[in-house]
Design a protein around this ligand. Sequence first.
Ligand code: ATP
Length: 315
Amino acid sequence: MIEAAGLTKRFGSKTAVDSITFSVQPGKVTGFLGPNGAGKSTTMRLIVGLDHPTAGKVIVNGKPYDRHRMPLHEVGALLEAKAAHPKRSAYNHLRAMAATEGIPASRVKEVIELTGLGPAARKRVGGFSLGMGQRLGIAAALLGDPQTLILDEPVNGLDPEGVKWVRFLVKGLAAEGRTVFISSHLMSEMAVTADHLIVIGRGRILADAPIDEVLTSGQKERVLVRADDADALAAAVGSPGVEVRRTAADELEILGLPARSIAETAFTRGILITGLIPQQETLEDAYMELTGGEVEYRSGPVSEQALPAAEGQGK
Ligand SMILES: Nc1ncnc2c1ncn2[C@@H]1O[C@H](COP(=O)(O)OP(=O)(O)OP(=O)(O)O)[C@@H](O)[C@H]1O
């Protein structure tokens, strides 16, 4: 179990993590979701003692991370891919880690098998793709067969097969009663992987609830309606709590009323409805609703002048 209380981290004038309190329970996958710069990695680094809080505290399995005598057996963490020495082979990297806590070579072989690293295990880590680096990071996290796993964006760089594999792996680990805390900026991934979600934006917790609750909270019914006289319909349905947007000359998007009551209103006013389509709120809509005001880096329109420079980057 992970328990944070008033956890705060400031870098100069920047507050990366702003007095957050939460607990991550064993036996389920808890997703840690938030846009870029929300404070996910910083929180995870605080949990495993790689950074020290400015205020508040966080404990794992009852103690601060660095008070555990055999931390690899307590907490496995994937914090940044390719944390290994580039000239070392994956096998030697894992062996060296294992040696620090007396973990046998047989376990190193096991995690290599488990993470599909087999064919690359003797190759230098420096030549690894992002995906292979992620697999190695996950192998390292699993080495001590820990009760708690903390994985920062584990599907980053993985191919679809790899993404599925991570999903299956973390669900299996949670089903064994372990605590699994996994960060992502992708709602779609969390929706199929996590049982519980903690949503963070600008260092603050925006939601902390079972996944189904997060996905359905704050949803307003949304219906797309086509009518011969859209103006008359807009006037007829207008009331506090109902939002009406004009999407075309004969089309309205109505929020806050079920389709049936729109149809009834139109019927009693003699307005002909030619289309009535209830809209499903997408996962991304739910996510945007939660994090909308809390995004640090917002995409803007790409100007034509900006394009050549952007193309030149990374070459
Ligand atoms: N060492 C540091 N020095 C200064 N600012 C930092 C440092 N580490 C993180 N920050 C800032 O703290 C904020 C939170 O960063 P963090 O990396 O924790 O976010 P994140 O949610 O993990 O984002 P991403 O999804 O982009 O990895 C950002 O504004 C970031 O620029």
